[in-house]
Design a protein around this ligand. Structure first.
Ligand code: NAD
Length: 491
């Protein structure tokens, strides 16, 4: 099978790579394509940067009202092709078709929000800071911006950055995850028809070599990364050491607190959706379910029932509610972590290991799993599992819950279920996480808001999406201005 092509300077071109890795359907193990990998990908990246830089020099002078016109066309094309793109997401990533459609909807919302750039990019003006002297700030683009994306939202995550970057006058290079490159290849095919100049948006495949070439290239000005914490830390430190602006979103271990006054029937279903949606491969998946006071005994059965009835299988089957995990390595890792939980003293209430789906025997399926009785000082309550595993952790009160949450290294999301305004307020005020849910299971910010990870879930200052996107993809310039006719004294 041929290697997948890169999209550079407005054309689909062969990679100079000498190696390749396979794109594999996680439900069937069918090979869907071969991604260029290895040393030659650095040469590909260099070519992409050259064309992106040339395109930027022209594009930065195009009025912002004109720069957003292609985004309106892109929105329509994404909507018209939503079903086809969603199918590609499901085929290469494994999630259900319903989840893929919802993912793409979030991508479209980011395009819509970036269409407001003419307003969002407006800046500040102070008249008469001294007699006859005015001062103002303008926002100018940075140049070539790059994005390194993870596997779990192949259709959405590049859109946290791409539309804002180009609307602000930058050019853009995307490196999709080597596990799921086909979704954005389809989107880039659509982007050939929206009126962007050649070289403005580029797609370069690869892995570490491509990423290192991005971090080292002097013409790359900004790096947007989403992925696991260790790699986020690496990208942030190497990018910053090379003088680049970096936003690096990392991993997570998300707690949800259930107070005794919560509506437990509704809560049980919401929690099961949060833990098992996308087979637990969401950076906002709930993982540690903290049951306060007598809640554990009262909710355990309904959580168990909600988990048990989830239909696991091939994502294109509309009746399926949970797909496979991304790879056989990932399946082994998650099952090993379940073993570790048991070894730490956990009691397996529901065991999803070794789950077989009829007709898809080779799929990387793990059914919903529930552990309880894990030691609070153990490793499993701290480790990002990234699979369909729930840990039930009884605690005495909200104070204990918040101090347990704040002792964790991550800080992507924390949620509370309660009918008490006082508990909700205390929680949102004191929990150390950047995305808070009050009676919400997946506190995913809409496109107008920043995707606000904290602690080891984020390295940088400005997050993806919304106004943060505009600020990240522009640099401020302050002008102090006096005109001779306004001079009030002679020099
Ligand atoms: P990953 O870190 O393995 O890969 C992410 C990207 O980094 C890929 O494009 C990959 O090619 C590249 N990469 C991998 N190893 C590298 C290396 N050694 N040097 C340079 N680049 C490297 O992450 P993943 O498995 O694709 O995604 C899952 C992770 O992403 C989870 O930890 C999840 O929590 C996190 N995530 C976070 C958010 C968020 O907003 N915080 C959103 C989605 C996913």
């Amino acid at each position: 099978m041929e290697k997948l092509k890169n999209y550079i300077n407005g054309r689909w071109v062969e990679s100079a790579a000498d190696q390749a890795s396979s794109v594999v359907n996680p439900a069937t193990q069918e090979v869907l394509g071969h991604v260029p990998m290895g040393i030659g990908t650095a040469k590909d990246l260099d070519e992409a940067v050259k064309s992106a830089h040339d395109a930027y020099l022209e594009w930065r002078n195009v009025p912002v009202m004109q720069r957003v016109q292609p985004l309106y066309k892109l929105k329509v094309l994404l909507e018209q092709n939503q079903e086809e793109i969603s199918r590609i997401i499901t085929l290469e990533c494994g999630k259900t078709i319903v989840e893929s459609r919802a993912e793409l909807q979030r991508a479209i919302e980011n395009v819509e929000t970036a269409c407001a750039t003419p307003t969002l990019i407006q800046s500040e003006f102070s008249e008469n800071i001294a007699r006859g002297v005015d001062e103002f700030m303008i926002r100018q683009p940075l140049g070539v911006c790059v994005c390194i994306a993870p596997f779990n939202f192949p259709g959405m995550i590049p859109f946290w950055f791409l539309p804002y970057a180009i609307a602000c006058g930058n050019s853009f290079i995307l490196k999709p995850s080597e596990k799921v490159p086909l979704t954005m290849m389809k989107v880039f095919e659509l982007m050939e028809n929206i009126g962007l100049p050649d070289g403005l948006v580029n797609l370069v495949h690869g892995g570490k070599e491509t990423v290192d070439a991005m971090l080292e290239h002097p013409k790359v000005k900004a790096v947007s990364f989403v992925g696991s914490t260790n790699i986020a830390r690496y990208i942030y430190s190497k990018g910053a050491a090379n003088g680049k602006r970096v936003q690096a979103q990392g991993g997570a271990k998300n707690p949800v607190v259930i107070m005794p006054d919560a509506d437990l029937d509704v809560t049980a279903n919401i929690i099961a959706d949060s833990v098992y949606g996308c087979a637990g491969q969401r950076c906002l998946a709930a993982s540690n379910i903290i049951t306060v006071g007598d809640t554990n005994g009262r909710i355990k059965e309904s959580v168990f029932e909600a988990a048990k009835k989830k239909v696991t299988g091939f994502g294109l089957d509309e009746s399926v509610e949970m797909g496979p995990v991304i790879s056989s390595q990932s399946k082994s890792r998650v099952e090993m972590l379940i073993d570790q939980g048991i070894a730490e003293g956990g009691n397996l209430l529901l065991d999803g290991r070794g789950y077989q789906v009829s007709g898809y025997q080779k799929g990387n399926f793990i059914a919903p799993t529930i552990l309880e009785g894990l030691p609070l000082g153990g490793e499993l309550v701290k480790t990002e599992i990234f699979g369909p595993v729930m840990s039930l952790l009884p605690m005495q009160d909200i104070e204990q819950a918040i101090s347990f949450i704040n002792a964790n290294n991550y800080g992507n999301m924390a949620c509370v279920f309660t009918s008490s305004g006082a508990s909700a307020r205390k929680f949102r005020n004191e929990a150390d996480a950047g995305n808070i849910g009050i009676n919400i299971g997946v506190a995913a910010p809409m496109a107008q808001f920043p995707f606000s990870g904290w602690n080891e879930s984020f390295f940088g200052d400005l997050h993806g999406q919304g106004r943060h996107g505009i600020e990240f993809f522009t640099q401020t310039k302050v002008v102090i201005e006096r005109w001779p006719r306004e001079w009030t004294r002679k020099f």
